[in-house]
Design a protein around this ligand. Structure first.
Ligand code: FAD
Length: 305
């Protein structure tokens, strides 16, 4: 119920204005987002890499409605990749892109062209791109674009969401040599017709999908903060003899940093998903919807003002 309310608020421009202008917002945003500019992203990436983590950077922005906005996002990624390369932070740092921010809702070909330009820039910088997955209405289009991008850039990564009923089958299709697949639970509000609703069913699907990916020939990227899923991932890594160059854990910036450090100390590859940019509202609201404790953090920031 609470999750639905927050996810509904994430799409309200009125609530967005209220939250953006509230005095406590800055502290809350800073916990989950590196900052608004490329400099902030660079500083946070340096710190994470110095701590033994790898990074995937997300320039925040979604639901782009014009070709000009999409081109601006593409150019921001190209600038970022150049900056990361110049700072010697590739290949430890890669980028995550949302196709909606590259024009997917305007025109699929436009999103492909922009994503292709980002892949070319990533290749020049000596690193990779992962395509974030958004709501289920975009899954087919995103996987089609992924397949086209992988013809020239085979290391382009996909994201699959365990809450979707179709995902086991998608995992089987993508558990192939050279394929990088991030497995997450899924962050959008989806109808029962396409997605498991009960947390227990999502978890069971996550484990089935994890098993398929870890048993397959691709490179699994286990994106979760869930201690049970992480323990199962560690167990399957031992079982399938997957060392730090054959799979990785991924977590979001600001969430369970001590667990990220523990996994690094255990010798695992751990990638922190690092968002930055001015358009942080939708991202922040999805994080708050995921976990009541994050809301308590929001409340504490409010109370301390
Ligand atoms: P949850 O079911 O949210 O939590 C399970 C347990 O994890 C909790 O009970 C608690 O024990 C622990 N936990 C969770 N959060 C915290 C916390 N803040 N502090 C302490 N313990 C905590 N979603 C998409 O739809 N598309 C994407 O492209 C996408 N990319 C992602 C990339 C990365 C790297 C990550 C980590 C997530 C991504 N997500 C994406 C979000 C994802 O789908 C989930 O919404 C989100 O990760 C929460 O699910 P969870 O697996 O962490 O477990």
């Amino acid at each position: 119920m609470l999750r639905s309310v927050i996810l509904a608020a994430s799409r309200s421009t009125r609530v967005e204005r209220l939250v953006a202008t509230a005095p406590f917002t800055r502290d809350v945003v800073r916990r989950f987002v590196a900052g608004e500019g490329t400099d902030d992203a660079l500083r946070a990436t340096r710190e994470l890499v110095a701590d033994g983590l790898t990074v995937t950077l997300d320039n925040l922005g979604e639901d782009v409605v014009t070709a000009e906005q999409a081109a601006a996002t593409r150019d921001e990624y190209r600038t970022l990749l150049g900056v990361l390369r110049a700072a010697g932070l590739t290949p430890a740092a890669e980028v995550s892109v949302k196709l909606s921010a590259l024009g997917q809702r305007v025109d699929e070909q436009l999103a492909y062209d922009n994503a292709k330009a980002v892949c070319v820039a990533a290749q020049e910088a000596g690193t990779t791109v992962t395509l974030d997955m958004e709501d289920h209405t975009t899954t087919d289009s995103t996987l089609d674009i992924l397949a086209r991008l992988r013809e020239d850039h085979p290391s382009t990564g996909a994201v699959l969401q365990a809450y979707l009923r179709r995902t086991e089958s998608d995992c089987r299709d993508l558990a192939t040599a050279g394929s990088r697949v991030r497995l997450c639970k899924g962050a959008y509000k989806e109808p029962e017709s396409v997605a498991y609703q009960a947390a227990r069913d999502v978890d069971k699907s996550y484990v089935r999908c994890l098993n398929i990916l870890m048993a397959g020939d691709g490179y699994p990227m286990l994106a979760t903060h869930d201690p049970r899923m992480i323990a199962i991932g560690e167990d399957r890594a031992r079982w399938f003899d997957r060392g730090p160059d054959r799979f990785e854990f991924q977590m979001l910036y600001g969430i369970r940093p001590e667990e990220q450090a523990r996994l690094v100390a255990e010798g695992h590859t751990v990638r922190t998903y690092l968002p930055y940019g001015q358009d942080w509202y939708g991202y922040l609201m999805r994080r708050l919807a995921e976990r009541p404790a994050n809301l308590a953090f929001f409340g504490r920031a409010l109370a301390s003002k």
